[in-house]
Design a protein around this ligand. Structure first.
Ligand SMILES: Cc1ncc(COP(=O)(O)O)c(C=O)c1O
Length: 394
């Protein structure tokens, strides 16, 4: 689908081929409009669990404003290593863990530490385009691995292998996926791990949405497979799992030399993650599971409302196995997704990201997040319907 007759302003059109900039331009535009229902960003709206808030307050009250070692507080690194061992089956110790200022910093640091100019990294398409920015700024080249709607955007081992060249250094996996809400299933991960070992690839496994899987689907960590400990960097964070995006805390776990290289870059850029946020993260890991179960219940309910509403509008979406998005095929409207997002924002007062925010090939998709209360989701669906009806190309 092309953007040939777009009813969109220059500000949006100018960044239409840069996924990250496009998402930001739409958010900036939304901030100038009244009464917007935001189904754009992937930042949880639910309140941070009380025990985490209390731990953060206590950290400030107790004067925990001194900096920690650059890779993080030893107690937190230890707790993260224990969590990865217990829940993900990873064989990691304290030296294999670095605490970062959000998963965002972890993904940037890993690309800087790992990739040299001219290296190739395999990236599933569509994708969270922050990875593009991190990879390109390291001077490396992205090689896209196509994923498909008919396969619920699961990653195909044959497609991974077909994209490998002598320059391929690494493979990126994001499961559950932003933006598709697909997961990479265990059988596929096993086959991909064999390919990684055979071709001596490093695997970067972004598992930031691991806690949000639905309909009996299971999250699986590729780093737990034989031969993978020495070649996998597992990336995660607290923003999504514990609804604490603004505390900016995440981590990466992998081979000690790579973690050390990341720490050296971190030392001369941001330094250690905020101490109070590290205390919050420690409380999250040591605290009860109850809030998380409640988050899952709420997201599952919203997901159902959104699925039913989109189906009633005649919009198809990929099987949402995880995360909190619906990767919606909007091509039946005949409107390019960038234009459609703009119209939905301007006339419907609903902020939704176009598929092109996640790769230039995705002008027939919308990424709709369900990070709003169900009544707001219902209202957003009501607002979307007439806009689509008005502009639909028959
Ligand atoms: C796939 C993925 N990885 C990493 C991040 C970074 O999140 P944060 O920096 O809040 O931990 C995000 C945020 O949206 C994401 O979608």
């Amino acid at each position: 689908m092309t953007l040939d007759n777009p009813n969109i302003p220059e500000k949006i059109r100018a960044v239409a081929t840069d996924g990250t900039q496009l998402r930001y331009a739409l958010m900036e535009l939304a901030a100038t409009l009244p009464d917007i229902i935001a189904l754009g960003r992937g930042d949880p709206d639910l309140p941070t669990p009380t025990h985490i808030v209390e731990a953060t307050k206590a950290a400030i009250r107790d004067g925990r404003t001194d900096p920690t070692p650059v890779a993080g507080m030893p107690a937190l690194r230890k707790a993260i290593a224990a969590k990865l061992h217990r829940e993900n089956g990873l064989d990691v110790g304290v030296d294999n863990v670095i605490v970062t200022t959000g998963g965002q910093e972890a993904l940037f640091l890993v690309m800087q530490a790992l990739l040299d100019p001219g290296d190739e990294i395999l990236v599933p398409d569509p994708r969270y385009t922050s990875y593009d920015d991190a990879i390109l700024s390291a001077g490396a080249r992205m090689v896209m691995v196509p994923t498909e709607h008919t396969d619920a955007f699961n990653l195909r081992p044959e497609a991974v292998e077909a994209a490998i060249t002598p320059r391929t250094k690494a493979l990126l996996i994001v499961t559950p996926s932003n933006p598709t809400a697909g997961i990479v299933t265990e059988d596929r991960l096993r086959a991909i791990a064999e390919i990684a070992v055979r071709h001596n690839l490093i695997v970067i496994s972004d598992e930031i949405y691991e806690k949000f899987v639905y309909d009996g689907w299971q999250h699986f960590s590729i780093g737990s497979l034989p031969g993978m400990a020495e070649r996998t960097v597992t990336l995660n964070g607290f923003s999504k799992t514990y609804s604490m995006t603004g505390l900016r805390i995440g981590y990466a776990a992998g081979p000690a030399n790579l973690i050390e290289a990341m720490a050296r870059i971190k030392a001369v850029t941001t330094g250690p993650a905020a101490t109070v946020s590290q205390h919050a993260a420690l409380a999250a890991l040591n605290g009860p599971d109850e809030p998380l179960r409640e988050f899952r219940r709420i997201y599952a309910e919203r997901r159902r409302v959104m699925m039913d509403g989109l189906s009633a509008m005649g919009l198809d979406y990929s099987d949402p196995r995880g995360a909190f998005f619906l990767w919606t095929n909007s091509s039946s409207t005949g409107i390019h997704a960038t234009e459609l997002s703009y119209l939905l924002l301007k006339e419907g007062r609903v902020l939704i990201f176009p598929g092109t925010g996640f790769g230039e090939n995705w002008g027939g998709y919308l990424r709709i997040s369900y990070l709003q209360a169900t009544d707001k989701i219902r209202e957003a669906l009501e607002r979307m319907r007439p806009v689509i009806e008005r502009y639909r190309v028959y």
